[in-house]
Design a protein around this ligand. Structure first.
Ligand code: ADP
Ligand code: ZN
Length: 627
């Protein structure tokens, strides 16, 4: 019997979603759910968790419940499903009374495939009794790590979900999460009261379409502009540490013709909501945010996540960058970091209110992140290793793989640096120490008579930038640290003495700031639209924008970029050909097929393709605000 229903699942995958194959563990998960078993699904962001509960909910008799913590997102998910022709609704406090009644009637009548609810709504007495009187196909618990105090986003309401088995015996449950280490996994199953028969499906953490790049920070604003100039028209997130910085960066980008908005916790709720909805609905918006922005951003076509300041830990970094490229297309995780960041982050940990044990953990996490920033081997392998995943070979899609840094025996350079720190009394910051090494005649040098030191001028062969990089690396490798008790003056550790005595060799990476740029641009080209296709590409995007506006959904809900690109490449001339394009299912074919066939026939340039993009987008912005 299950063979037959799996067959049906494959048909629906093609007909409804327009996809040819299941990804990763999707097929096994769906099979288990169809057989009525409880499951835990751990899949990275963008891995395709939704399909795991949507398909069984559609196939099994009865309505599938989806418990989700984010009311703001339910609407988007439900409208995306409706576009596919799936009968989905959500129930929450934002709906008017009449609308709620209508949906409740539909639940009673059993006409819904899927019903989205927040946990607090589900657990209300009247909701439970309503649902007890109808057939349920499945209960999916999304963001299941919210039930665990071990996770990073605990929500009290989730704890109440342990009653589901008693309330709805025999209805298979599925807990889904993107972030769960082994401890959290066990905790989820225990807290949700899943029995020992529950099956676990854990996918790898790898996000192969994301390219990781970490650069030494020289001039963060200029580096960011250069990075973004190569990505005009794409949407993405820029993370910065302070509210003020998010605002100044957004301003700078707007002045350069980007569509950027600042987002942080200090802004009023309606401003934040508007910013979020602009990001979701408009093409090519850049949000410059503190970490306050992100949780629940389900936009599949975020093309880059850029950090101009260090995140707190590798976990935070992985989660933040995970918001890029959920559609599986090429995306960038890009970061610049410098000495100042390292010093400031260490200070923040030291000065925090937390107890000593907690601080030690935080310091450890920060060190792990710094170590990762400075790796000289495949960055992805190092990242995955941190999460306990083993990648059998180098990835070929990170900065280290694409342009391997040169390492050198840096023992002599390290000795010079360490001894300059020592001789100046272990009380100065990097800037002065480097001046001494390079033999600079500065006021401070004269004031302290440092021109008399044996180390004065012994490092004149290297630039200040190179020395700063070495300071950073020696800091990460644990030879020096910035001492807060001495206003951040650099001091030596015990290990440093071994280096000075020649008992230890030090490997240092040469920073290649400008070297690798040409290379990465070339790599980029495979993902670009050729110049002669640009007009038609814009026509297709305009067609999508118009249809999206008409339907009141974000453009990517109509079709993903990858689908438009395939249209551009294959130029379908009939509905049948259109149907063979990835991402075009039966419902979307009926709804949009003709419009896109027409758009493909249109002469490029006949739409607004020739217009200045900035102006075309402006009009769009106003119409959105008018809604
Ligand atoms: P998650 O919830 O795990 O972050 P989603 O369920 O939102 O991820 O899926 C991410 C993207 O991948 C969506 O745009 C979805 O349509 C797409 N997707 C999911 N499964 C498949 C598949 N089998 N083939 C192609 N695309 C898929
Ligand atoms: Zn790599």
């Amino acid at each position: 019997m299950i063979e037959g229903t799996m067959e049906q699942a494959r048909d629906l995958l093609r007909e409804v979603y327009g996809y040819t194959d299941f990804r990763d563990t999707q097929e096994q998960v769906i099979g288990a759910a169809l057989e009525g078993r409880d499951t835990l699904v751990v899949m990275p962001t963008g891995g395709g968790k939704s399909l795991c509960y949507q398909l069984p909910s559609i196939i099994r008799p009865g309505t599938g419940l989806v418990v989700s913590p984010l009311i703001a997102l339910m609407q988007d998910q439900v409208s995306a499903l409706r576009q596919l022709g799936v009968r989905a609704e959500f129930l929450n406090s934002t709906l008017e009374y009449g609308e709620q009644r209508r949906i409740i009637d539909e639940v009673r009548a059993g006409t819904l495939d899927l019903l989205y609810l927040a946990p607090e709504r589900l657990l209300q007495e009247n909701t439970l009794s309503l649902l007890a009187s109808v057939d349920l196909s499945l209960i999916a618990i999304d963001e299941a790590h919210c039930v665990s105090q071990w996770g990073h986003d605990f929500r009290q309401d989730y704890l109440g979900l342990n009653v589901l088995d008693d309330q709805f015996p025999g209805v298979p449950r599925m807990a889904l999460t993107a972030t769960a280490d082994a401890t959290t996994r066990d905790d989820i199953l225990a807290k949700l009261a899943f029995g020992p028969a529950a099956e676990r499906f854990v996918s790898g953490f790898d996000r192969p379409n994301i390219r990781y790049t970490v650069r030494a920070k020289t001039d963060a604003n200029a580096q960011l502009r250069a990075f973004l100039d190569e990505r005009r028209g794409q949407s993405g997130i820029v993370y910065a540490m302070t509210r003020k910085k998010t605002e100044s960066i957004a301003e700078m980008l707007n002045a350069r013709g980007f569509k950027a908005v600042a987002y942080h916790a200090g802004l009023p709720g309606d401003v934040r909501a508007a910013c979020q909805s602009r990001f979701l609905r408009e093409d090519g918006v850049i949000v410059v945010a503190t970490i306050a922005f992100g949780m629940g951003i389900d936009k599949p076509d975020v093309r880059f996540v850029a950090h101009v300041d260090l995140p707190k830990s590798i976990e935070a970094y992985y989660q933040e960058t995970g918001r890029a490229g959920r559609d599986g297309e090429h995306a960038d995780a890009w970061m610049v970091y410098g000495l100042q960041d390292v010093v400031r982050m260490r200070q923040m940990v030291d000065m925090s209110e937390a107890d000593e044990q907690h601080k030690r953990i935080e310091r450890g996490k920060l060190d792990a992140l710094l170590g990762w920033c400075e790796v000289t081997t495949c960055r992805r392998r190092a990242l995955l290793r941190y999460f306990g995943d083993d990648l059998p070979e180098d990835c070929g899609n990170c900065d280290v793989c694409l342009s391997p840094p040169e390492t050198q025996d840096g023992t002599t350079a390290a000795q010079k640096l360490l001894s300059a720190i020592y001789r100046t009394g272990q009380r100065f910051g990097a800037a002065h120490v480097i001046d001494v090494l390079r033999g600079k005649d500065t006021e401070k040098v004269r004031q302290w008579r440092h021109e008399r030191l044996s180390t004065f001028g012994i490092g004149a062969d290297l630039s200040a930038t190179e020395w700063r990089s070495f300071v950073r690396q020696l800091m990460v490798q644990g030879y020096i640290f910035a001492d807060d008790a001495r206003f951040g003056g650099l001091r030596l550790t015990a290990d440093a003495r071994e280096v000075l005595r020649g008992q230890r060799t030090v490997l240092l990476r040469k920073d290649a700031a400008a070297k690798s740029r040409g290379r990465s641009t070339k790599q980029q080209e495979t993902f670009e639209i050729s110049a002669e296709d640009e007009g038609l590409w814009e026509t297709l995007r305009k067609c999508r924008r118009d249809l999206a506006e008409e339907a009141g959904v974000p453009p990517y809900v109509v079709f993903h970029d990858s689908t438009l690109r395939e249209m551009l490449h294959r130029r379908p001339t009939s509905l049948a050909e259109m149907l063979s394009i990835h991402g075009v299912g039966q419902a979307k074919l009926e709804r949009y097929g003709e419009a896109f066939l027409d758009a493909l026939q249109a002469k490029p340039g006949s739409a607004d393709a020739g217009e200045q993009p900035a102006q075309a987008e402006m009009g769009e912005e106003f119409s959105w605000q008018g809604r």
